[in-house]
Structure formats: C-alpha cells, structure tokens
Write a protein that binds this ligand. Structure first.
Ligand code: NAD
Ligand code: LYC
Length: 597
C-alpha cells in the first residue's frame, strides 16, 4: 500500500545547528521549488492493527507551499478575510473551517512545514512525531471526533490504527494499570487494584461520562456566539445545564467526594497530569470528563504514517479551498490601526493585510512580542494572573533494536517509580511513546522508535557554554534512559542505534513558544474552566486560537478552539448569522464570569 510522500525534514536540536544556515530540505528530493521525487513506504501490517474504515487519501506533498514561497500566489497588497499566524493544529483548524465557509485565508508559518508541536521530522529512516502520539478525537463516531471532522471538512481522510491501550501506568508501590480501550476492562483492572474503592471508582468515572455524554450531544461551535449558544440551551437544556454546572469545577474535588484511598487519588492525579500537566485538584472537570471517556468511546487512534500527516492534510485541504500558506514567514508585529488589528509584518519586511488577524502563537507571545507589552489589554492581564506557563520538555527520540521490547509491549507508558510527590517535579514523571508498536513503517526493519519526554524548565538550560550544554543533555538523557531500562526494558541502553535529545531551548526555538512552554497551567487552584479566555481579545479584529484559549492544552482541545474561533470570526465578517446586541450582552457576561475565576 503506498502511503503518499514524505519530505525529509530536519528538526535540529539546540546547539547542533544554526537556524540561519539550516537547510531543512537538504536531505529531500527537492529540486528548485518542486518536489521531484517522493519516498513511498510499504506497510507491514502490524498484528495489533485493525483499521477503522477510513481511507488515507493523501499525505501532503509540499509543492504548493514551496510555490508560494517562490512568492507566486500570495498577493501581498490584497486584503484577506483572515490572516492566521502559525500553523499548529489550532491555527490550521481555524483556517480550514473559515476557508470552507467561503473566507479567503492566509496562514503565515515561521517553520518550513505545518503542525507546530504536532509536526514531524525524519532521520536515518525514522519518522518521528515532534510531540505526543496520543490522539483523542480521531474516531469515526459521535460529535467529539474533532480531528476527523476537521479533516473531513476539507475533503481529507486518514487511515488510523486503533490503540488497544491508551496508556500503561507504572507507578509507586508497584501499581501498574493499563488503561484498556474497552471501558469495562479498564474498570475491572482498576477495581482489581482497589477492590475496596469499587463504588468510588464507578461514581467518579460515572460523573466523567455525564460530562462526556452532554458534550457529545452538542453541535460544537463558538461559545462566544449567542445565537448558537442560546439555540443549544433551547434544544438541549439538560446537557447545557450539566456543562454549566461542571464548568467551574475541578476533577480532584469530585474524586474526593467518592474516593478515600490516597494511592487511588494519586492515580487520578496521574491521569489528569497527562492531559493538563497539573494534578487533579487543578484540572478542570470538563477536560477530565472529555479525555477520560473519549479514550473509551472513540478510542485513541494513531494516524498511519505518523501524527505529522494530520497537519499536512489540513494544509493541503486549505490550499484546495483557495486559501494560502506561506512558510518561513516569521510574523514579528501585528499592525494596529486606530485600535483595530489590520495586518501583520514578517521578518523580511513584507506586510499583509486582512479584515481579521488570528494568532496561533501563545497569548504570552502574542501580547508580549507581536504587540507591544505596554498595551496589554485588561483581559490579558487577568489571564496572566490566573495562568502561568507550564514548564517545557526534555525530549529524547531514539531508534532501538526491536528485540529489546518484550512481546505485547504497549504503545504509551507513563513512569513514576517510587515517590508520588515527584509527579509534577521536573524530570519526575517520564512519558514514553513507541508508535512503531502500532505502525512499523515509521522505522527501518527490525527497529522501534522510542519517544521519551519529561518536564524540564528552560532555566535549567540557559547560560551554559556549548560544551557544558551538550554534556548536560547527555547526562540527563542517560539518567532518564537508565530509569526506563531498570523499570521496563533491561538492555535498553545497549540496544540504542539512534538518539537525539531536544531541550526546552529546542522547543522554544522551533515551536516559537515563549520559554518553550508546553501550554498554560493555572497559577493556583482554578475555578475549573471559568477563567480560560475564548477567542476574541481586547483588541478589535484580533483573535487567539490554540492552547492558551478555552479549553486549554491538547491537540483535540486546540482543534475545538479552532472550530470556535472560525465560527466567531465568520460571524464577525458576515459569513454566519450575528446579532450585535446579543453579542455585546454575551461577551460582557463572559468577561464578567472570567473575573470570578
Ligand atoms: N509538546 C507535545 O508533546 C505536543 C505534541 C502534540 C501536540 N501538543 C499539543 O498541541 C498544543 C499546541 O497546539 P497549538 O495549535 O496551540 O500550537 P503549536 O505550538 O503546536 O503551533 C503554533 C505554530 O505557530 C507557529 N508560530 C508561532 N509564532 C509564530 C510567528 N510569530 N510567526 C509565524 N508562525 C508562528 C509555530 O511555528 C507553530 O507552528 C499543546 O497544548 C499540546 O497539548 C503537544
Ligand atoms: C458560560 C457558558 C458559555 C456556559 C454554557 C455551558 C456550555 C454549553 C458549555 C459548553 C462547553 C463545551 C462545549 C466545552 C467543550 C470542551 C472540550 C471539547 C474540551 C476538550 C478538552 C480536551 C483536552 C483537555 C485534551 C487534552 C489532551 C492532552 C493534553 C493530551 C496529551 C497527551 C500527552 C501529553 C501524551 C501522553 C503520552 C504518554 C503517556 C506517553
């Protein structure tokens, strides 16, 4: 089965390459501005693979993007309906949703391929996901399969491989829990470890299902658009009231209503930490409900060929709709005219203008770098009071000899060996994904990919001379790998055939995220999702999309923020119904509610 084409893209790690001299296409088959040849992989169907009937239409060739780079196709003087700064999944979903509503959109991306933290890179026959490989919202059922829906909106489908186990936890006191795809199997496994808490387990996860079912019954659009929101309240009053009830609540408080065992509460903390980088007491209950159930409802599904295919397909679909993407376009300023955002300037001096500007950069980057920090709107001040930047990550991408993994090894692991208090500490918890367990085509024959990551603050890596920086990378990576060798895979170190380490500086540089942050996290105990801003900002014509918008971190979460953003922008530029009076009332109400957080 042919897979489509891959361009070899390098994702150099800090200290190895200089960005200005970096030629990302040097290993590809590019000639001039065109891809002249592509690499097709033949698939070995993994035994665990059971494809959901979605056919892979294409993984994008980047021809169109490269042509745009040749300046054809982009009308720098003309007005677009929207300019999107950044092509992370949030930005791409906003852009494609707007394009299918009839808007003319220009996406400006600093890097050479789309996707941001959902991008990919290739080395020595391996295709590595830059970030996580745990894909929620990628099934063929319900209303919450937002990744599937975003692709379908622009006529794209991807073949996916169902993951039988979302994650295998390896926790203190030798607690090992596999989160099976089948809900009943997961509950059986958890209650077998905590038989005295069976009722509490059923009640806590039962509340998660109440939220999930309410969410899954709604048509998801902008919660900042009153005609839609009131319409949903009218059509589904119970479901909307359920969501309104849980909106200001956190998962940890609800867990404590039913569960007393401290190890079980710590397990629920670990469940939440994976999706919010904070413990359950600080994780909004709506987000917990969403992810702790979607993994059983639609299941976790891995895209054949790697996560990078999602962004590539969206970018291709966007261009099909008559909109445009310009790569290596580093936006340095948002242009404001009489208080309204009207355009952007990129680092080579070119300016582009549009009716609306949508920033997929983080709010810290948008309001700290692309706009002058002294003009920080009140709303943003409030956001920065309630949310801080989550730490960045140290990531290790490795190729290993396949025989080091025992048969039936799960794809995703979370490791915290001895001490629950280290859960949120830097280098405390280890995330491990082995996507080749599901899709063997991502690595050369007889090899597996191990993608290991752990939280790490940027401060740990600043100010080091290059030699010390390299030595520190080796030292910390060696320690993390050693822990995995001891806990999971004896002989791991000697099985390594490829290894590349990325630090928070790498994340900052190549994902253009302030401090290399993973996303926003609440400064203290939040009021659930109440304080999380939506897409409009204090500046007319300027919108934000991505993980510093409601509902926060996560690929599916930023996809939802993209859907919401496109709807709100479409209403504001006349492509969807709008009521100025109701708008003013709802936006005022939402602004006031956020001040309560
Ligand atoms: N790190 C991980 O492990 C990982 C992996 C996959 C997904 N995720 C999830 O994805 C979420 C982030 O998605 P997202 O859509 O918000 O953003 P993103 O950070 O993935 O993408 C933002 C994009 O904007 C571009 N950009 C930023 N500033 C720019 C500028 N000034 N000019 C031009 N381009 C610019 C970046 O290059 C990047 O491509 C995270 O919350 C995380 O949960 C994380
Ligand atoms: C006032 C008002 C407006 C109100 C009204 C009421 C209502 C109606 C409401 C509504 C609401 C809604 C609709 C909401 C929604 C929500 C959602 C959709 C959410 C979502 C979420 C999601 C999330 C959070 C996700 C996340 C995820 C993540 C982060 C992931 C990650 C992963 C990783 C890191 C990986 C791991 C790995 C290993 C283990 C290896």
């Amino acid at each position: 089965m042919s897979l489509g084409c891959y361009q070899t893209v390098l994702f150099p790690t800090e200290g190895k390459s200089d960005f200005s001299s970096w030629n990302p296409l040097k290993n590809s088959q590019l000639k001039g501005n065109k891809i002249s040849g592509v690499k097709f992989s033949n698939f070995q169907v993994s035994q665990r693979r059971k494809c959901i009937p979605m056919k892979l239409k294409s993984l994008l060739s980047v021809d169109s993007a490269v042509e745009i780079e040749g300046k054809e196709g982009v009308n720098t003087g003309s007005k677009y309906d929207a300019i999107v700064i950044g092509s992370g999944i949030g930005g791409l979903v906003a852009a494609t949703q707007l394009a299918v509503k009839g808007a003319k959109v220009l996406v400006l991306e600093k890097y050479v391929i789309p996707g941001g933290s959902s991008g990919y890179y290739q080395r020595d026959g391996y295709t590595f996901d830059v970030g996580s490989s745990v894909m929620f919202g990628f099934s063929d059922k319900g209303n919450l399969n937002l990744i599937t829906q975003a692709l379908a909106a622009v006529g794209r489908e991807m073949e996916v491989i169902p993951d039988p186990t979302t994650v295998h936890f390896h926790l203190p006191n030798n607690l090992s829990v596999q989160v099976h795809r089948e809900y009943s199997e997961f509950i059986n496994e958890l209650t077998s470890k905590f038989p005295h808490e069976k009722e509490g387990i059923l009640k806590f996860y039962g509340e998660c299902w109440k939220i999930f079912n309410a969410l899954n019954s709604l048509q998801l659009k902008s919660l900042e658009e009153p005609i839609y929101l009131f319409g949903q309240f009218f059509q589904k009053p119970l479901e909307c009231l359920t969501l309104a009830y849980y909106l200001p609540q956190n998962a940890g408080d609800i867990a404590r209503k039913y569960v007393k065992d401290p190890d079980l509460l710590s397990f629920i903390d670990a469940e939440c930490f994976i999706v919010s980088t904070v413990n359950a007491l600080r994780t909004p209950m709506i987000n917990a409900g969403m992810v702790l159930c979607d993994r059983h409802f639609g299941g976790i599904n891995y895209p054949v060929g790697g996560v990078g295919g999602i962004a590539k397909s969206l970018a291709e679909g966007l261009i099909d709709q008559g909109s445009e993407i310009l790569y290596k376009a580093n936006v340095t300023n948002i242009i404001i005219d009489r208080g309204k955002a009207v355009g952007v300037k990129i680092s080579d001096g070119r300016e582009f203008f549009a009716q609306t500007i949508i920033s997929n950069a983080t709010r810290w980057d948008t309001f700290g770098k692309l706009l002058k920090a002294e003009n920080l709107p009140k709303e943003e001040e409030n956001f920065q009071k309630v949310y801080v930047k989550a730490p960045s990550f140290l990531s290790i991408h490795m190729g290993v000899k396949a025989d080091v993994l025992p048969p039936d090894t799960d794809c995703h692991h979370f490791v915290l060996e001895d001490d629950w208090t280290r859960l949120e500490e830097p280098y405390g918890s280890i995330f491990l994904s082995i996507p080749t367990v599901l899709d063997s085509s991502l690595a050369p024959k007889g090899r597996h990919i191990l993608h290991i990551f752990t939280t790490s603050p940027l401060e740990d890596w600043e100010g080091l001379p290059p030699k010390d920086y390299e030595a520190k990378k080796e030292l910390i990576a060696d320690e993390i790998i050693g822990r995995l060798e001891k806990k999971l895979f004896p002989g791991l170190k000697s099985s390594i055939v490829f290894k590349e380490v990325g630090t928070p500086k790498t994340h900052r540089r190549y994902l253009a995220r302030d401090m290399g942050t993973y996303g926003p996290m609440p400064r203290q105990i939040p009021k659930g999702l109440l304080g999380m801003p939506f897409n409009t900002t204090g500046i007319s014509g300027l919108y934000c999309v991505g993980d510093s918008c409601f509902p926060g971190q996560g690929v599916i979460a930023v996809a939802f923020s993209g859907v919401m953003c496109a709807h709100r922008v479409a209403a504001d530029i006349g492509l969807e119904k709008k009521s100025p009076i109701l708008d003013a009332a709802l936006l005022g109400l939402l602004g006031w509610l956020r001040t309560l957080a």
